[in-house]
Write a protein that binds this ligand. Sequence first.
Ligand code: NDP
Ligand code: A1CAB
Length: 271
Amino acid sequence: MTNSSLRVGFIGAGQMALAMARGFVDRGGIAPQSILASDPYPEALQRFEQSIPGCNTTDDNQAVIDESDVVILAVKPQMMHEAAESISDIPSGCLLISIAAGITLPKLTELFPTTRIVRVMPNTPCLVGMAACGYSATSDIAPEDIERTQQLLESTGVALQVPEKLLDAVTGLSGSGPAFIYMLIEAMSDAGVRQGLPRNIATQLAAQTVKGAAEMVLATGEHPGALKDKVTSPGGTTIAGVHVLEKAGFRGAMIDAISAAAARSRELGLD
Ligand SMILES: NC(=O)C1=CN([C@@H]2O[C@H](COP(=O)(O)OP(=O)(O)OC[C@H]3O[C@@H](n4cnc5c(N)ncnc54)[C@H](OP(=O)(O)O)[C@@H]3O)[C@@H](O)[C@H]2O)C=CC1
Ligand SMILES: O=C(O)[C@@H]1CCC=N1
């Protein structure tokens, strides 16, 4: 089946469902008419319809399962039990993809009567084709289901298969990571404004600097530390700033933040 004929459903039409649906339509060759999203919250469905003109919406989760080839489970982890209870039957042709933080594959297969299920951790930059996704599936899943998952996720950015025990780490790093980077960009922009730059110029310079530095890491394959050294002229400006960041515990704070997010993911899985 080509992507143009693939029917993709979303159970939960919130932020992440929207970002993925937009990515699938813009870059994955999925027709808006082939997208069906359910949510109990009418405003969420309205927002979804406005963002994906031509898509279909419903308040009936079972209808999404019955009328889709792939269904993304995009409810909060705390709502997964309730979502599962609203589904009585899963046709054999339907592949389920859970994006909920923390909910493990054994838990998912207990909640949903199917073995065709993949656990994915995407991130919101899939909206602009720059996602970093990790995913994992049970060992008895068909290779075609892995291929389908890989293909769909790749249309929104990078998709890496990892052992399930690493998915909470992926959640802390790349699932939650965009929020940490937005905070960094905001802080850099504030610093620019503090130094007299107009806000729009400061934010543009900060965001482009983050994007450029990220691209340097990916394109050159060099260690980030080596790239940092190339910016850091002896006795120059950068080392003065690096010293301040080291004294403030910048690296430790980032490691602690990602570790806390990963720990929270593990905790959500225990509910
Ligand atoms: N936001 C992100 O960056 C990322 C989120 N995720 C995961 O994606 C999932 C969704 O997160 P996010 O989009 O941020 O959350 P949102 O709250 O924006 O979206 C979830 C939506 O699901 C709806 N919902 C609640 N119960 C049900 C139900 N029984 N059936 C159908 N829909 C229901 C909610 O309605 P209501 O508001 O009325 O409860 C809400 O509109 C989470 O599991 C999260 O862990 C994964 C990676 C990144
Ligand atoms: O904050 C959260 O719980 C979700 C999961 C990863 C990103 N957002």
